[in-house]
Unconditional design. Structure first.
Length: 180
């Protein structure tokens, strides 16, 4: 299966209502991760910047041969692309651009008949801290990863695997907010 670009999904019978719901939840989860892991706001997010691909095309940048793939490798994943205009979260316009990103993406899913969070609920979810403060009142810094920079070696740890960011928990949280 090749990647699907969302605007082409209406012509593509592979994308149905349940899949669109999944992609919506995964998209908001990705925006949450982008904000907290990379500390970025996309700043031009739309349905054209969300690809849906099998996991074997997105997992750690390593493409598995067909004979080594499992059912999990065929599971669909949503991927954000076109981050060239992304800004750091401390940019003076990041808040306004985050709201625009949310509204643009939610408008697309609403048109497709997918139940979405309100813009305010989505913004609250995205800005929600990953790890609460520790018991002594100091900030929990466990989500920070300091990796040595080695030019000739690919990354072995991925920022999206940081503690406190678990796909299932994040997606369950969004499902609960959507009333599903």
């Amino acid at each position: 299966m090749d990647c699907i670009v969302l605007p082409n999904s209406s012509a593509n019978e592979k994308v149905n209502e349940l899949l669109l719901h999944f992609i919506f939840v995964f998209s908001d989860t990705l925006v949450h991760r982008l904000y907290h892991c990379a500390r970025l706001v996309h700043a031009d997010l739309s349905e054209y910047n969300v690809l849906v691909c099998p996991a074997y095309q997105t997992a750690k940048g390593e493409l598995k041969p067909t004979f080594e793939r499992s059912d999990n490798d065929e599971a669909l994943q949503a991927v954000l692309i076109d981050l060239g205009q992304a800004v750091e979260i401390n940019h003076s316009q990041s808040g306004a651009w985050l709201k625009r990103d949310i509204e643009t993406l939610h408008k697309f899913f609403t048109k497709k008949g997918t139940k979405v969070l309100s813009s305010e609920e989505a913004e609250e979810y995205i800005l929600e801290k990953v790890n609460p403060k520790s018991g002594d009142g100091t900030a929990d810094d466990s989500n920070r990863i300091e990796l040595p920079i080695v030019d000739d070696e690919p990354a072995k740890e991925w920022r999206h695997l940081k503690p406190g960011l678990i796909d299932e928990e994040e997606m369950e949280s969004l499902h609960a907010k959507l009333g599903r």
